[in-house]
Design a protein around this ligand. Structure first.
Ligand code: PMP
Length: 428
């Protein structure tokens, strides 16, 4: 087996230099099981951050489903196949009525790109409203609508058709407090007015109902509801990006948009959907799908292949069979309470937020100025890793520690995480 140093040098020689690795001393992980990862020295790490391995690393039922199907057949959507239709039926059963037409794709980015195509076609427009700080994918079309990328290092800013609402951050945003929802909604109105004044027509409002890369950010109550109403009132469609937050992770709800009491016109999903297998989807209404059926075929070589669908179906089943949404609610709830107790002890913790097993700890240098503690967050995450717990940071100032473990995370895991974090914060 190659050692870390050799792998590192081969990466440098053969992989694109814009790829990054996690942690100051990168990990050489060779095995995953449940909520644990193991490096080449057999050191065990508690994985508190990989939301893609939703039902646990290498879940036996998911592995078995892939194995059985790949041994039998793997083709594409141009053949009649019961695996794809059974999965589409089971997936849409998890969504509100009306959201019942599926397109299968292979990554979150592909799903979002297709969602943009559907919406642009339906509205005959491209004008797009996004949340500042949002990330929706790595394709050109998505970097254009992702302020996280186009306003970040190497970015060239937003194209004229993209309009960003200030990040609806009730803790440290442009408007603060629980009643800031109206102010953020007014920003949406302002954008809609300016699109209209310039002779345009709004096409899309796309948002994660809880922002991931934005820093595990919960918008103030009613903001999304108002935004959806305003956008729809002007003839636009609302896309919910569920790529990070869907499939029971919220605990109280199966989908992130349900936590905000909205129903989108188009939903995109990915990451956790295949537990690491490249599977994603766009789900929309019959009306939008029929409008898109304009003669140009939608074909995707891999999207909706029977192996991917068998994997996706197994993931859905495991979530239900193992009660993982309930676990997210209970274990995530306990963890949030414990983290809030830490907040009372350590002034650097400015805010603890999230739903279920999708939590964020925002670090600040000063409780008054709320100066973001980005380098501290990075140091703490590296120290946590040295103590066997994997986390990461995000948000525009990289000062939010993200907790989004495989959903099999236990209360014992939560207690361990909090104990180690408490020790590290006490030393820092
Ligand atoms: N949308 C969101 C909210 C994401 O977090 C991501 C990935 N981080 C994407 C879209 C893109 O997904 P992928 O990396 O699978 O293309």
């Amino acid at each position: 087996m190659l050692n870390k140093v050799s792998i590192h040098s081969l990466r440098t020689n053969y992989l694109g230099p814009s790829l990054s690795t996690s942690y100051q001393d990168p990990l050489h992980i060779v095995k995953g099981e449940g909520q644990y990862l193991y490096d080449a020295d057999e050191t065990q790490y508690l994985d508190a951050v990989n939301n893609i391995q939703h039902v646990g690393h290498s879940h036996p039922k998911v592995v078995e489903a892939a194995n059985q199907q790949i041994k039998k057949l793997n083709t594409n959507t141009r053949y009649l196949d019961e695996v794809i239709v059974n999965y589409a039926q089971a997936l849409t059963a998890k969504l509100p009525d009306g959201l019942d037409v599926c397109y299968f794709t292979n990554s979150g980015s592909e799903a979002n790109d297709l969602a943009l195509r559907l919406a642009r076609h339906f509205t005959d427009s491209k004008e797009t409203i996004v949340l500042d700080g949002a990330y929706h994918g790595h394709l050109i079309s998505l970097i254009e609508i992702s302020p996280y990328k186009h306003n970040g290092p190497g970015g060239i800013g937003a194209p004229a058709y993209v309009h960003a609402v200030p990040m609806p951050d009730p803790f440290r945003g442009k408007y603060r407090g629980v009643a800031s929802d109206e102010k953020y909604a007014q920003e949406v109105s302002k954008i809609l007015n300016s699109i209209q004044k310039n002779g345009g027509q709004v096409s899309i409002f796309i948002a994660e109902s809880i922002m991931g890369c934005g820093g595990q950010l919960i918008p103030p109550d009613n903001f999304l509801k108002s935004a959806y109403q305003l956008v729809r009132g002007s003839g636009g469609l609302c896309i919910a990006d569920e790529i990070q937050i869907g499939f029971g992770r919220m605990g109280d709800n199966y989908w992130g948009f349900e936590t905000q009491d909205v129903v989108p016109d188009i939903v995109t999903m990915g990451k956790s959907m295949g537990n690491g297998h490249p599977l994603s989807a766009v789900v929309t209404t019959r009306e939008i799908a029929d409008e898109f059926d304009n003669g140009m075929e939608y074909f995707n070589s891999f999207g909706g292949n029977p192996v991917s669908c068998a994997v996706g179906h197994a993931v859905l089943n495991v979530i239900d069979e193992e009660g993982l949404q309930k676990n997210a609610l209970e274990t995530g709830g306990t963890l949030k309470v414990l983290l809030n107790q830490l907040k009372q002890k350590h002034a650097i913790i400015g805010d603890v937020r999230g739903h279920g097993l999708f939590l964020g700890i925002e670090l600040v240098r000063d409780p008054e100025t709320l100066e973001p503690a980005g380098s501290e967050a990075d140091r703490i995450v590296n120290e946590m890793k040295e103590n066997g717990i994997l986390l990461s940071t995000d948000g525009p100032d990289h000062n939010v520690i993200k907790i989004k473990p495989p959903m099999v995370f236990t209360e014992e895991n939560a207690l361990f995480l909090v104990e180690i974090l408490d020790n590290i914060l006490a030393r820092n």
